[in-house]
Design a protein around this ligand. Structure first.
Ligand code: NAD
Ligand code: UPG
Length: 446
């Protein structure tokens, strides 16, 4: 089949490239010409493991092309996939200007029957708006399909090629075999439903995963006070198949371009029909507070942070991506700056993106984790990049001014910490390498 993917970001680029792998011809379209020029030079504008090799081979073999000419791309394609951004408006609602703009452009470009498939995350009822928008621009027939995307950044290619399920919302049953064929080889697990339910499945799934994270973070906060270990608790809970072990990793909370935006959008979607989604409001609230646990732990150990030197490990919202949208690191670093600390930052991939969004004279940019730790009063690990796991913690402790390590992602084991001389704080686990929190209060009581 011939496809045009409108929007060549984290979703459009990965889906476009992956759709070439099961026999389709794909044009990835973006209005950002710099992005398209880069891609035509076989350079990826985003960091996503494995993407550049796939771009290169498919471009060379003629199954993939990149263009900033939407009209021409639409005319050469049978299926048009909308993958533009749907960011948050200040009130939390999804900003539909890009998707509506793209839909109108597609409508104007049409020169015959097309299937328009929405991959962007859009509030319930948006595909109906898209249908009207396109109909107002063309007299050619077309069908609308909602195909929400569930890939995760950092593992986007394997998530696309081996998804748990593909959700397809449609109102013309003739499209079902076409959609199954389009996704052939990815999974047999294609769930076909109506358009509004498909739109809701996306928000409900993200909201549910965000709920699991805020739930385990609250359990972690309680564990810390009662002397239990949240990693053990999560493991024990996850063995119950009804609960499942995924998304129970306690830490500084969720970030990224999806969970924060989609939870807020769902609260607004509910609010628009006079329903207060109290559970989800609490999930968001808990998540907002969780990141500042890093600052509280620093205060516990260092008192005032004025003049303190703090090393930061990890700026991306999760490992294996350069994406810093809604990364918890942003608010943590801002808070440290506001309290008068000197902040030494390291991230293996996302530092440039972070720096484009936020820079300050109190920030020192480091090219190695050891450099960020050297002569620091504390190091805070904010992103669980695997390279941090292999750092020599004995040497690290010796290079620091004060030996405090705050692990916001529970990356290290007891064995790794023992004997290093580090005062180690994690999230919801008993103190290791020093006395404080629960262990201190128990010690005081004995
Ligand atoms: N990032 C993720 O992991 C992820 C996963 C699943 C779903 N989603 C959803 O997918 C959508 C896209 O997200 P993203 O992270 O890929 O966004 P992104 O910001 O990385 O990319 C969007 C791209 O669309 C382009 N664009 C906007 N209007 C255009 C137009 N009229 N013509 C051509 N190009 C246009 C922009 O230039 C940009 O390159 C969002 O709705 C998001 O919620 C994202
Ligand atoms: O147990 C966990 C799992 C994740 N996180 C955090 O949650 C955020 C999101 O992580 P993840 O879901 O892995 O990454 P995303 O790329 O944001 O993917 C989510 O958002 C996408 C956009 O909608 C969806 O397509 C995916 O299915 C959904 O997992 C990150 O900050 C993680 O650090 C935790 O704190 N604990």
């Amino acid at each position: 089949m011939k496809l045009a993917v409108i929007g060549t970001g984290y979703v459009g680029l990965v889906s476009g490239v992956c759709f070439t792998l099961n026999g389709n011809h794909v044009i990835c379209v973006d209005k950002d010409e710099e992005k398209i020029n880069k891609l035509n030079r076989m350079e990826s504008p985003i960091y996503e493991p494995g993407i550049e090799a796939l771009i290169e081979v498919n471009l060379r073999e003629g199954r993939l092309s990149f263009s900033s000419d939407l009209t021409d791309s639409v005319r050469r394609s049978d299926i048009i996939i909308l993958a533009v951004g749907t960011p948050s408006l200040p009130n939390g609602e999804a900003d539909l200007q890009y998707i509506e703009g793209a839909a109108a452009e597609v409508g104007r470009a049409m020169d015959g029957y097309k299937i328009i498939m929405t991959k962007s995350t859009v509030p319930v009822g948006t595909n109906e708006k898209i249908r009207k928008m396109i109909a107002s621009q063309t007299t050619y027939p077309f069908d609308i399909v909602s195909a929400p995307e569930f890939l995760r950044e950092g593992s986007a290619i394997s998530d696309t090629l081996h998804p748990d399920r593909i959700v397809i919302g449609l109102d013309n049953p003739d499209l079902e075999p076409v959609m199954r064929k389009l996704h052939q080889g990815f999974t047999e697990n294609v769930f076909v439903t109506d358009i509004r339910s498909a739109e809701m499945i996306k928000y409900a799934s993200n909201a549910f995963l965000a709920t699991k994270i805020s739930f385990i973070n609250e359990i972690a906060n309680i564990c810390e006070k009662v002397g239990a270990d949240v990693t053990e608790v999560a493991q024990g809970m996850g063995m119950d198949r009804r609960i499942g072990s995924s998304f129970l990793q306690a830490g500084i909370g969720y970030g990224g371009s999806c969970f924060p935006k989609d939870t807020n959008a769902l609260i607004q979607i509910a609010g628009n029909v006079d329903y207060e989604f109290k559970l989800l409001e609490s999930v968001v609230e808990v998540n907002k507070g969780q990141r500042f646990m890093i600052i509280s732990k620093l205060h516990e150990s260092l008192g005032s942070l004025r003049g303190a030197v703090i090393g930061i490990w990890g700026l991306a919202f999760k490992p294996n991506t350069d994406d810093v949208r809604e990364a918890p690191a942003r608010e943590i670093v801002e808070a440290l700056v506001a309290e008068g600390a000197i902040v030494k930052l390291f991230d293996p991939i996302a530092a440039d993106n972070f720096r484009k969004q936020y820079d300050h004279p109190q920030l020192r940019w480091c090219s190695l984790p050891e450099e960020a730790a050297k002569d620091s009063d504390a190091v805070c690990l904010l992103t669980d990049w695997s390279l941090f796991r292999d750092i020599d913690l004995h040497k690290l402790a010796q290079s620091m001014r004060k030996q405090i390590l705050i692990d916001g992602r529970n990356l290290y084991t007891k064995q790794q910490i023992e004997g290093t001389g580090l005062e180690y704080h994690s999230v919801g686990r008993p103190q290791m390498g020093g006395l404080s929190g629960y262990s201190q209060s128990v010690a005081g009581a004995v």
